[in-house]
Design a protein around this ligand. Structure first.
Ligand code: CDT
Length: 305
């Protein structure tokens, strides 16, 4: 038995068809939660926008249709079953979803729900990729800037059990600040879900690198900040848009300790050692001993010295 061991699962989802009801999708999530519990998982991470297809890939003209993709409360009537399953199985989970607030604000959100089925932490996506306006001629859209506001909750960290947990969402994983801000706040595990198209229409030269850059971002974030990263994909071809898989559990060493093999619903489970964070932060990533932020922005003309 490792010191401070935690068993975690990335619960990768295959595509969610536009025709699927939320009840059908929630049933898929519950099935994954049950399988994870049977494998001993204590924490299960679902993808970004796990209750719906990734609708920012479409220009949705009809506002009443658009509003069906957002949750006005969590748990709500369609999601209560997932929360009940978590408390019955005594498993915590991270869920990404589209949030509509009482004040009619819209966010790309993730919550941490504990093993009693209580929401104990919330994060709203800060790095929204894509566009506000419809891209004429594009093979698919990325309209996150149209459908969501920039998150207003910062990168918080929440203690759960004996672990410090941070949340991020998809494009956040490409930005070093995401991990660093949470590491400075003590995060030991960053949980994130993603919906990443295999093709980037505005940067086709990166298409052959999409899987590499996915893992590169998360592995660099994990290593440079001495933390565990659990990254969960919504994979496969969803309404004509092919999305990558590659869900992974990544150690503070930067190594992938478990990864998905399929492009469908699949659990990726590993026992992780939280004290590995402590060991790396005592040594090579001892922030207080080795970081020198006060020196990073000194403006001196070196030629004048
Ligand atoms: N959902 C999301 O954030 N997707 C973006 C697509 C950007 S394409 C480089 C992502 O970072 O995966």
């Amino acid at each position: 038995m490792k010191s401070r061991a935690l068993t975690v699962s990335a619960a990768q989802l295959g595509p969610i068809p536009r025709s699927a009801t939320k009840a059908e999708t929630v049933a898929r999530l519950i099935k994954l939660l049950e399988s994870a519990a049977s494998e001993g998982a204590q924490l299960v991470v679902f993808p970004e926008a796990a209750l719906t297809p990734f609708f920012p890939h479409w220009f949705v003209r009809d506002r009443s249709e658009l509003l069906t993709f957002y949750e006005t409360r969590l748990p709500g009537p369609e999601t209560q079953g997932l929360f009940d399953a978590a408390s019955e199985l005594q498993v915590a989970f991270v869920l990404g979803y589209a949030e509509r607030t009482a004040a009619n604000r819209f966010f790309n959100t993730a919550v941490l729900v504990d093993e009693l089925g209580e929401v104990i932490h919330k994060y709203r996506k800060i790095h929204l990729p894509g566009f506000e306006l419809k891209q004429e001629g594009a093979p698919f859209q990325n309209l996150e800037k149209r459908y969501f506001e920039v998150g207003d909750l910062g990168f918080g960290v929440r203690r759960w059990g004996n672990a410090e947990i941070g949340l991020a969402i998809c494009n956040d994983r490409r930005w070093p600040e995401t991990y660093r801000v949470m590491a400075l706040r003590g995060a030991e595990v960053v949980c994130l879900g993603y919906n990443t198209p295999a093709l980037t229409p505005h940067l086709p030269e990166s298409d052959r690198l999409v899987d590499f850059q996915n893992h590169l971002s998360m592995q660099a974030g994990a290593y440079q900040n001495a933390m565990w990263v659990i990254g969960t994909a919504k994979a496969g071809t969803e309404e004509g848009v092919c999305q990558i898989g590659g869900s992974a559990i990544i150690a503070p060493s930067g190594e992938i300790v478990a990864t998905a093999r399929t492009m469908g619903d699949e659990l990726v489970t590993a026992e992780i050692d939280l004290d590995m964070v402590t060991r790396y932060r005592r040594d090579v990533f001892n922030f207080s001993q080795h970081r020198r932020p006060e020196h990073y922005s000194i403006i001196t003309d070196p030629v004048s010295l």
